[in-house]
Every structure is written in structure tokens, then in C-alpha cells.
Design a protein around this ligand. Sequence first.
Ligand SMILES: *Cc1c(COP(=O)(O)O)cnc(C)c1O
Ligand code: SF4
Length: 335
Amino acid sequence: MIHRTADTWQGPRWQNELTDLIRSPAELIELLELDPALLPSALAAAGDFALRVPRPYAMRIRKGDAHDPLLRQVLPLGDELLAAPGYSADPLQEKSTNPVPGLIHKYPGRVLLIVSGSCAINCRYCFRRHFPYQDNNPGRAAWQRALDYIAADSSITEVIYSGGDPLSAPDRHLTWLTQAVEAIAHVRRLRIHSRLPVVIPSRIDDECLSWMTNHRLDTSLVIHSNHANEIDAHLAEALGRVRAAGITLLNQTVLLKGVNDSLAALHELSERLFACGVLPYYLHLLDKVTGAQHFDLPVSRALELHQGLRDTLPGYLVPKLVREVPGAHSKTPVV
Ligand SMILES: *Cc1c(COP(=O)(O)O)cnc(C)c1O
Ligand code: SF4
């Protein structure tokens, strides 16, 4: 049976939640009972990178608290508009590793497919806030070029669905794409990198689990959660179903000033993740993208926090501290 709301004719519940986003800074500020003085700068920064917040995510934000760690990830601030030396629009230089539309081949053995250019949420720290999504949103015919590229290179054993957010694509497209990937004999693993289950847990419905599991590929889902407060009962339940379907669950986090830059926050995140069957995978240093400079921390502080995790958690609950260095053949460990 497919997981639907009463208004079945409108399609799956997640699609309604994806359409019915909070897009107005004034609405967000009112709903969360925040100081209206935040509005002018929120409007100015939203003009550069729009505000988008799913309602199931907004419900987890504490009312009246401008420092809430979830709010800080979505509320546009005037700080985003300040010039910052060393920050750029394409810090990862992905444009140069984009051989065919919709495909990024940067690291040996695995390719990243930009399955969908859009996201359910706009995270203020996002390193793709200036990425040319439109040029990377191929139609089905263009997808064939990406599939041909994978088929022609037998060193590619893992295909990673990315974006934007790959789970913002409809299940019928994901079903078609996954069957096409499965048909390439040398591909063994499928990995899905998505923040959608975190922000709209109803995304994990039966139709979704069906294409994620009905094939021979060893599959993992890497969720992107930055704070334990994001992991509510709805998300825990959704993750339980993914795990029961035999999919390996991992998490990656971006280290963000004002969101999760304390040992207590990172420790609690690892604990909450494991309680939901998820292993911490990466803790990323912020990519130096214009507009996100106010989230940055000194490397010395990142190392101190990471050491704190090692001192207080079992090794399997300590994520790898990494950063992306343009031109490197893997994520670069921070030591
Ligand atoms: C992060 C990333 C990957 C995956 O790297 P892993 O270390 O395997 O998690 C692959 N391709 C690109 C372009 C990436 O940024
Ligand atoms: S969900 Fe991921 S890709 Fe989308 S805006 Fe947030 S960080 Fe960026």
C-alpha cells in the first residue's frame, strides 16, 4: 500500500509538502514569532538566494529563538551580502569536472549524477548556491549521454545520485534511471545523497523504497543532518523503514558556526543518528562559497571539536573530518 494522505488525488503527501514551502521571510518570521526587525535584511539576502523552508522542518524550530540551530540554516541574514576575500561562486571548481551534462566525475571509481537541480530547502551555507543547475537538468535523451559515459568506463563501480536534491525528482524518473544504471554490468553500488528525508520525512514512502530496493545494486542512503534537533519522531520512523529495507544509512554534516560548533551538539548528533540506525560518515569543513562566510570556523576549532568527539565516543560514532580541495582525488582529511 502506498503511503498517502486523505487527499489522494493530489498525489503523494511528500509532493504536497514540497510544493507548499514557506517562501516568504515575513511568513517565516511571523510563524516563528521572531523579531520583525529581522525582516529587512532577510528580504535583502533572500533576493540573492531565495528562502525555501518545508513546513515539517519549520515545525522543529523553537519559536521566538533567533539562535535556534535549525533556523540559522534557513533564515537569510544581512551577513550573507558582505564581501569576503577568499570566498568564490564555484569553490570546488566543479564546472571543470563536468564532462557531460548532469554528470560530475571527480574521484576515481565513482560518478555523481545531478538527478535534480532543485532542493526542498535552501540551506544558507550551500556550496551549490551559485551552481548552474539549469545547464545540468537534462531531459531523458540527454540522460542517455550520462549513462553512455558510465557504460564506457568500466572503472566506475559506484553511481551517486546527487543534486540539488535527487529525491526531489519524481519516483517514476528515479525508477527509470535506476533500472538504466543497474543494466550497466560494472556498476555495483548505488548511493543516494539527500537532505530530503531530513526535511520532509514523508518522502520515504513505499514508492520510494520500491525503486531503492528492487535491483541488484548494494545501496546506501547518505542523509545530510547537521543537528540532533532535526531528528524528530517522523524522521526516526522513516529511517527505520529504510534500514528495514536493507539499505545502509550514513550521515554527513557540515560544521557550521552558530549551528553545531560545540562538542555537546556534535556528540548528541552522533548519538541520535546511531539510535536511528545511521552511522556518521563525514564532518565537512565549510566550502568557501560567497555568502556563507559567517558560518566559517577556524580549522584549529574544528580540530579541537573533532578531538573532543574522539575522546568521548566510540570510534564508529566519530565522523571523518574532511574538506574538499579542488583537484584532489578524494575528500581531504583535516589533520
Ligand atoms: C564527495 C564526492 C564524491 C564521493 O566521495 P566519497 O569519499 O566516496 O564519499 C564523489 N564525487 C564528488 C564530485 C564528490 O564531491
Ligand atoms: S539540501 Fe543540500 S544541495 Fe540543497 S540547498 Fe541544502 S545543502 Fe544545498
